[in-house]
Design a protein around this ligand. Structure first.
Ligand code: ZN
Length: 340
């Protein structure tokens, strides 16, 4: 083997190599187990000691040369490969970014918080009550005896009774009793929460909706106080001046009882579809807390009096955002929810 010509030949081969696998083949051809150099090394065993040293040295030089050249070329290939990858990964920093979608609160939550804020500004505390109740808290303590038409109507299929006893509360009024039991007057609370009725659902009825209960008890809290509080609340909530009127009504837990109508804000009382052409919108039920209810809450009706009211959060939310179907709230339909 002519060392010089072999060296030149390998140099050319390495230069011509187009890929790492080409280099790999060159490596195998000369430096592999059955490569040319190994064969040459085996041959020199038969030579004289002097020749052995001379040719051995030359072969070693060639081996080192080949290793270096191949490594150099391989490095080149890898560098090219890397810069190619980098180019592919290049991105345009002027392109608009992907928009991250944030969630937001449900319209009922938004309105509930707004209402709570308004009442808090008038010194009301926001409290909660249990959703699973006993007949005592849901009916008896609220002065609704067993044979009372309201209770009979609610008991006959409208109340979700639980197998293990108890029921799903049909109104938030039960929370009044819980609160009176644990707190001394004067009291000023609102109770937002879920209530449950086994009703056929339609555009204005749901089996699960939200109420906001209000209770104010003091030495001389009167219906005039109620009027002032609710007027202030409605004006803050609808952000306009509001005309209200109280109509006598009947609820077992208040005496006297009244229903509150609000002059239609859509037509200013002229009559439109929102107010069913009456000019007024029925908004909530209220009254002076019945002495029996105060007693059941542990208060002496001779010393304390107050008002209570209950309104539908769903209804207020529908009015505020002009939503025409209560079922949309629980539909989970993003086309609806994304509007808030
Ligand atoms: Zn109207």
């Amino acid at each position: 083997m002519n060392l010089k010509s072999t060296k030149n030949q390998t140099k050319k081969e390495i230069e011509k190599a187009k890929s790492l696998s080409d280099l790999d083949n060159i490596f195998k051809k000369y430096l592999g187990k059955k490569g040319l150099l190994r064969t040459e090394f085996l041959k020199i065993k038969k030579l004289s000691k002097k020749e052995k040293i001379r040719i051995g040295k030359e072969l070693n030089t060639l081996r080192v040369f080949l290793q270096k050249e191949i490594a150099k070329k391989a490095k080149e290939f890898r560098r090219k490969e890397l810069s190619k990858q980098e180019k592919e990964e290049e991105f345009d920093i002027t392109l608009p970014g992907k928009k991250i979608e944030f969630g937001h609160l449900h319209p009922l939550t938004l309105v509930q918080r707004e209402i709570a804020g308004i009442f808090q500004s008038m010194g009301f505390e926001v409290v909660e009550g249990p959703e699973i109740e006993t007949e005592w808290y849901n009916f008896d303590a609220l002065n609704i005896p067993e044979d009372h038409p309201a209770r009979v109507a609610l008991s006959l299929g409208k109340t979700f009774y639980l197998k293990g006893g108890g029921l799903m509360r049909t109104h938030t009024s039960c929370a009044q009793i819980h609160y009176m039991e644990k707190n001394n007057p004067p009291l000023r609370i609102i109770v937002p929460g879920k209530v449950f009725r086994a009703e056929a659902t339609d555009a204005s009825h749901e089996t699960n909706f939200y109420q906001i209960e209000g209770l104010m008890v003091g030495r001389d809290v009167s219906a005039a106080n109620f009027k002032a509080v609710i007027q202030k609340f409605l004006e803050e909530f609808f952000k306009t001046s509001i005309k209200i009127k109280l109509r006598p009504s009947y609820f077992p837990f208040t005496e006297p009882s009244f229903e509150l109508d609000m002059k239609c804000t859509v037509c200013a009382g002229k009559g439109c579809s929102a107010c069913k052409y009456s000019g007024w919108i029925e908004l909530l039920g209220a009254g002076m807390v019945h002495p029996n209810v105060l007693k059941n809450g542990g208060l002496n009706p001779k010393n304390w009096q107050g008002f209570a009211f209950g309104m539908s959060l769903d209804r207020l939310t529908m009015m505020k955002y002009k939503i025409n179907d209560i079922r949309l709230f629980h539909s989970g339909d993003l086309r609806f929810l994304k509007q808030f």
